[in-house]
Ligand binder design. Structure first.
Ligand SMILES: CC(C)(COP(=O)(O)OP(=O)(O)OC[C@H]1O[C@@H](n2cnc3c(N)ncnc32)[C@H](O)[C@@H]1OP(=O)(O)O)[C@@H](O)C(=O)NCCC(=O)NCCS
Length: 397
C-alpha cells in the first residue's frame, strides 16, 4: 500500500452509518425530521394507552393487530412460558450480587438456548416459538435477579396477571394498582420497537449469519446496555439524583457542557425534534410524582430540559431534544424500581422488536431478501515502509 492511498483512507469519517440505508424492513419506521414512530403502519403514539403490550407483540410478530380470540391465545401462551428452567434460577443464585443486571440478562438469554431444542431447528416456526418464550421469560429473569441480589426468593409468575402487572408483581411481591400497571404497560408499548437502532442492528447482524434467535438477542442485550443507548435511562436517574434539587440545575448544565460532558436523555442519532415517546412519558411521570407526593423529580426533569436546551443552543448554535430515556427514568423511579433495572426493563419491551427483526432477517418471504452483513473497513494501521512487514520469529524480535 502506498502512502497516498493510506492518507486517503485516513480521511474516512466515522459516521456510525448515520443516514446509510442498509436493509428493507416492514416492521417499523422512524421519521426523525418530524418525530414520527410507526409500528407496522400504526403511529406508536396512537397505540400508547389504547393497546396492551401483548397486542403490540402480536402486531410485531404476526404483522397485524390481533382480534380478541387471537389476543387471548397469545396471552395464554405467554403465561404458560413465563417460568424459567430451575437450572437457570439456580445459576442466577451463584452470580455475584453486584453483577450488572444487563450482564445477568445477557448471560441468561444465552443459557436459555441450552434448554430449548428449537435453538437447533432453523425454521420460521421454531423462531416464532423462541420469540414467545423470550418475551415471556425476560420479565421473570429481571425480577428473579432483583430478588436474588436482595437475598429474597424469586416469585413464581402469577398466571392471572397480564404481562406488565405480572412483572411488577414478580419484582415487588405486590400486585400493582390498575393505574400503575397501565402506565407500565404503556411504557412497554412505547419501547417495543425502533427500527435499526444499535441493538436491533446488532441482533440482525448476528441473525444474518443464520445464528439462532438466542445468540442474536443476546447480542441485542449487550448493545442495549451501553450508556449511549438503553443504558441512558439508568444514567438519567443517576444524574437527577446527583443534581438533587431544582436550584442546582443551572450549575450542573454549565459544568457538564463546559467540560464536554453529555446531559443524559438529550440528543438522538435520528430525531431532530423531541422524541414523540417523551411527550407521552412526561405526563405519566408528573402524575406518578403527584400521587407519590414527591413531584420533585419530575419538576427537576422539566427544569433540566428547559435549561439544558437553552444552554446547548447557546453553546452549539443548534437545538437539542429530549429522547425516550429522559422521562421514562422518573416514571420507573416513581414506581419504586431501582435505577440499574431501568435498562433491563427497556429490554423486557424491546425483545418484541428484536425478535420480529431476527425473524424478518432470516425468513423474509418477499424480495429484497436480507444478506449476510459484511461491510468494508479502511486499514489505517502501520506498514513497514511501502511494503508489508517482514515476519520475524519471536526469538529474533
Ligand atoms: C444519542 C447521542 C449519542 C447521539 O449523538 P450524535 O448522533 O453524535 O448527536 P449529534 O450529531 O446531534 O451531536 C452533535 C453534537 O452535540 C453533542 N451532544 C449530543 N448530545 C448531547 C447531550 N446529550 N449533551 C451534550 N452534548 C450533546 C455531541 O457531543 C456533538 O458535539 P460535537 O459537535 O462537539 O462533537 C447523543 O445525543 C448522546 O450522547 N446523548 C446522551 C445519551 C442518551 O441519552 N442516549 C440515549 C439515546 S436514545
Amino acid at each position: 500500500m502506498d502512502n497516498s492511498s493510506q492518507s486517503e483512507t485516513q480521511a474516512i469519517q466515522n459516521t456510525g452509518l448515520r443516514g446509510v440505508t442498509i436493509a428493507s424492513t416492514k416492521i417499523s419506521d422512524v421519521d426523525g425530521a418530524v418525530g414520527k414512530l410507526v409500528y407496522r403502519g400504526y403511529l406508536a403514539k396512537d397505540l400508547a394507552g389504547k393497546v396492551s403490550f401483548e397486542e403490540v407483540v402480536y402486531l410485531l410478530l404476526y404483522e397485524k393487530l390481533p382480534g380478541e380470540e387471537e389476543l387471548g391465545q397469545l396471552k395464554k401462551r405467554l403465561a404458560s412460558e413465563r417460568t424459567l428452567p430451575d437450572e437457570l434460577t439456580d445459576a442466577l443464585r451463584t452470580r455475584p450480587k453486584d453483577a450488572l443486571p444487563m450482564d445477568i440478562l445477557q448471560a441468561a438469554v444465552a443459557m436459555l438456548a441450552h434448554h430449548d431444542p428449537d435453538a437447533k431447528e432453523h425454521s420460521r416456526d421454531a423462531a416464532l416459538r423462541i420469540a414467545i418464550r423470550l418475551i415471556a421469560k425476560f420479565p421473570t429473569i429481571v425480577a428473579a435477579w432483583e430478588r436474588i441480589r436482595n437475598n429474597k426468593r424469586p416469585l413464581e409468575p402469577n398466571p392471572e396477571l397480564d404481562h406488565a402487572a405480572n412483572f411488577l408483581y414478580m419484582l415487588t411481591g405486590v400486585i400493582p394498582d390498575e393505574e400503575t400497571a397501565g402506565f407500565f404497560d404503556t411504557c412497554l408499548v412505547l419501547h417495543a420497537e425502533h427500527s435499526f437502532n444499535a441493538s436491533t442492528f446488532a441482533a440482525r447482524e448476528v441473525a444474518s449469519t443464520k445464528a439462532h434467535m438466542y445468540a442474536s438477542v443476546a447480542a441485542g442485550v449487550g448493545s442495549l446496555s451501553g450508556a449511549l443507548h438503553g443504558g441512558a435511562n439508568t444514567r438519567v436517574m443517576q444524574m437527577l439524583l446527583e443534581i438533587g434539587s431544582v436550584d442546582n440545575v443551572e450549575n450542573y448544565v454549565d459544568n457538564t457542557l463546559a467540560s464536554g460532558g453529555v446531559i443524559m436523555g438529550l440528543g438522538h442519532a435520528v430525531y431532530q425534534t423531541d422524541d414523540p415517546r417523551a411527550h407521552i412519558l412526561a405526563p405519566m411521570s408528573q402524575k406518578l410524582g403527584k400521587r407519590a407526593g414527591e413531584g420533585k423529580w419530575y419538576d427537576l426533569s422539566v427544569q433540566l430540559e428547559k435549561v439544558a436546551k437553552k444552554a446547548f443552543k447557546n453553546k452549539k448554535g443548534k437545538e437539542i431534544y429530549v429522547n425516550v430515556d429522559f422521562y421514562s427514568a422518573t416514571v420507573y423511579y416513581y414506581m419504586g424500581i431501582p435505577a440499574d433495572q431501568f435498562t433491563p426493563i427497556f429490554a423486557i419491551s424491546r425483545i418484541a422488536g428484536w425478535a420480529a427483526h431476527v425473524i424478518e432477517e432470516q425468513f423474509a418471504e418477499a424480495a429484497p431478501k436480507p444478506a449476510l452483513y459484511r461491510p468494508e473497513s479502511d486499514y489505517v494501521g502501520e506498514y513497514c515502509g511501502p511494503e508489508e512487514c517482514l515476519f520475524e520469529p519471536i526469538e529474533d524480535r
